[in-house]
Write a protein of this length. Structure first.
Length: 180
């Protein structure tokens, strides 16, 4: 459940309510899930506030919030392909941008999924990043742009330890064995 959000200055220790364990096992749940709506509410709020307030919101995120935002971005990478909805990838980027407390390398793995999903939908990560640029916090935007310039062999899903599986409504990303 999302906490009541009034503005960046009103944030407490977390952006999301973790007390009910609503996000326990979130990444492995069927897609979509009710908890996705809670993250959507926080992202909708983030879009309504100024860019400087978004920067403050990012710095307010707890580690648990960041882990949920990272999982959400992985989930929307799947949803975008299933529903042929590239606009979902923009939400995934915003979620990753708000995942400030995570080691940025964890977000790079998820950027690979968003990039792959964009390609599957006939687009590119560059296009998704640039269309999202006005709402992304600066540091995250810089890291995303840098990642987009990497050689494909270094930023592909296989390089990041993932593989795609299934098609249509059964499409998912799975962790791949480094030996396969």
């Amino acid at each position: 459940m999302a906490k009541r959000i009034l503005g960046a200055g009103d944030m407490r220790a977390t952006l999301l309510d973790h007390s009910s364990h609503a996000f326990r096992g979130y990444l492995q749940r069927p897609i979509p899930d009710r908890s996705d709506e809670d993250v959507d509410k926080v992202l909708a709020h983030a879009l309504r506030i100024s860019k400087s307030d978004r920067e403050a919101l990012r710095s307010t995120a707890s580690l648990k919030d960041a882990q949920v935002f990272n999982a959400y971005a992985q989930r929307v990478a799947v949803q975008a392909v299933r529903g042929h909805s590239p606009e979902l990838l923009q939400r995934g980027l915003l979620a990753l941008a708000l995942a400030g407390p995570l080691d940025y390398r964890e977000n790079l793995m998820v950027l690979a999924l968003l990039s792959h999903s964009a390609q599957k939908l006939g687009g590119s990560l560059d296009t998704i990043i640039e269309s999202s640029a006005p709402v992304l916090p600066g540091e995250a935007l810089d890291r995303f742009r840098d990642f987009a310039t990497w050689p494909e062999a270094d930023k592909g899903i296989r390089a990041m330890g993932f593989a795609e599986q299934g098609s249509g409504g059964g499409f998912v990303y799975v962790r791949a064995s480094p030996w396969s």
